[in-house]
Design a binder for this molecule. Sequence first.
Ligand code: SAM
Length: 423
Amino acid sequence: MTPDPAADLLRRLAEGPGARLLDALPPYDEQDALALLARLRADGHDPELVSAALTQSRLRTRGRPRLGPGVEDLLLTQDGLEQATRPAVATRRAARLARTGVRHVLDLGCGLGLDAIAFAREGLEVTAVERDPVVAAAARANLAPWPGARVLTGEALSQPVEAGDGAFLDPARRVPGVADVHGRTRRVRGLEGLSPTFDQVRDVARRARATVAKLGPSFDPDDVPADADAEWVSLDGDLLECALWWGAGPPRRRAVVGRSRPGVAAVWDELVEAPDPPEALSDAAGLLGHLAEVDDAVRAAGLTASLASAVDGRQTAPGTGYVTAAAPVDHPALRWFVVREVLPLRAAVVRAWLREHHDPAGPVTLKKSGVRLDPDGFRRDLRLPRRARGGEEVVLVLTTVAGSARALVVERLAPSSRSAVEH
Ligand SMILES: C[S@@+](CC[C@H](N)C(=O)[O-])C[C@H]1O[C@@H](n2cnc3c(N)ncnc32)[C@H](O)[C@@H]1O
């Protein structure tokens, strides 16, 4: 294979003087970057290495919110960073894969190696394959601390899959070489543009003992293959992915809701389909005293009715992601409100209500789901004062209740004021 100068530069940053230069850099500051570059060059450092080190420093700063403090030990690329799995999610996945009994895992299209690192930490032997030589060089450096992990540069699908292997595929949803004005490669939506393709994923799943494929979070529950277990995963309220599993248990749909914890990877709660979930409300009069916003993982998995059943409630309407119940029940996938008023969804009516009940005018928060409406236009029609005048916040949920468009005036409930349920 012909040497790739960019990959070579990354290799030089992984060890020796390059690594020492990178370690010695101060926290990245855009304002100081040019002066620092000039200073380091004047000190006799290789200009190319200095530029590459500063790029890494910038990417690490950018990657910290996504990848946490461990980012300081990683070599990154812009695209690789944007596609990298969050460590807490990778850790949970690795633990589940290890529970299937596999000892060796193939990471077929490993990117920067965030999942491969989690597999290695879990004690699994890892063969990671990446076709982009620069990304592969970064992955090799990132996995260097684990002697049981190796990174191969090349075509993932040419790697033999043994019957006892675990396999992981996180197909790229980017088009190599097609960049936007910011230099970021274009994303593809749906299953068509995946690399490796969905057919290749399924073929691997037929051969390996256990396989997991990470797909986009908008993967439709109706498209889940009959033999696959599907989980939609959110962390701290952000819906991140849908993972399909083969060989890890009976096929079923689940929502996995995580909350980051300092010092611990994350706390996870799982919700599966209830045996006989209640129908959505058929009459707007059935709206009960409390309303809860459902975590996006539950909504994406199509499990809102199942969650409603767990808290003795009902969906307000299919697909809107709201549940109503007589009493709020503590659950990590629900954020509760008290329903103060149920109004028809008409700006004039809501405006009159606000004039009468909302003085001094505090901030007005709009939440919209399941209705066709332009929230900015609606806000304009409410003729709210330009600046809130220090009064209480009003939350308006603009949604469908049993087929009718409604504006619900609601008040947030603090978690401590709820009763708890086992989950
Ligand atoms: C979404 S990224 C993987 C991210 C990784 N799971 C992580 O968390 O760091 C997918 C990677 O697969 C690579 N890839 C796509 N198709 C491939 C193929 N056929 N063979 C090898 N690598 C491939 C892409 O270059 C890309 O780096």
